[in-house]
Ligand binder design. Sequence first.
Ligand SMILES: [Zn+2]
Length: 330
Amino acid sequence: MFIAKSLQREGLIQLSFSVQAKDELARIEERFCCRVAELAALVRFNGEVTGIGTADKRLVLRVSTENAAVARKVFKCLKDAFELPARVSVRRKARLRKNNRYAVQVEDGMNLVKALPKLGLTASAGAVKPGYYRKLLSRDCCRRAFLRGAFLARGSVSSPQSDYHLEIQLDNEADAWDVAEIMQRQSLDARISTRKRKWVVYVKDGSQIVDCLNVMGAHAALLEFENARIYKEMRNQVNRLVNCDTANLNKTVRASVRQEELIHLLSDHMGLYKLSPSLRELAELRLRHPDASLRELGELANPPLSKSCVNHRLRKLEALARKVLSGENE
Ligand SMILES: [Zn+2]
């Protein structure tokens, strides 16, 4: 990770926002109670226990992750909280763009049997299932830590420069509801959807994502997200104003071109001299000042006219032109 950091400083690689947030979260030093809660989430969502039901109870716990800092955290928590000695192995990916995969493995059968219930898990009949959680998540700090663990195990957050989206992808409905409920208790508007046989707990809104990063304790990521969000919203606002001006301008130009055409038609088919003086003045002004707005045309008239008066006379001219045109067609 340090190599990655220095490469990033040199601008050689760009770490995704997700990876940065996870890196920060994995480095948080927490209380003992929270350490257990966070580890419980990491084990439940990214771990597997094998050897259940075998005669000699050779239980093996394996937690895997693509993030080195997360692997280090699991290793440290297992040792600090349960005195479980773990082994870390790395599977390097052949292709450069793929991430390495780290596996933290514990093979201490007896101690593991004691540790699992404390992590809210029960191991029976060849499988590990969520067990008793109430004590584990009784404190607010621990619920936040559990959420942090769930995000470290299965979460991702898109860069604030793109869409606003934070999600935690889980294998089954029960896991999804548990995570969503903890998020909702923190006043987060967590929703659930399914994607390719996975259950996805997500928050969408920019301010919700900021709240979620705050709940989990990713303060540096939160600040970066907020900066990008403010910049993006300002830029959108400027774009909206520019687009609005352009739209108005286009409307003015289109109307002016139409009026010009109709006045030319009148001039060709009946002669502008046949118009009343007031209409004739305006027709000539329009032809001489094709870019002028209605208000500007009014100011050019002698005596000056109000915008609505200009509008009224132009309509009269248009109606007259259409009448001439329909007379021609008969
Ligand atoms: Zn706690």
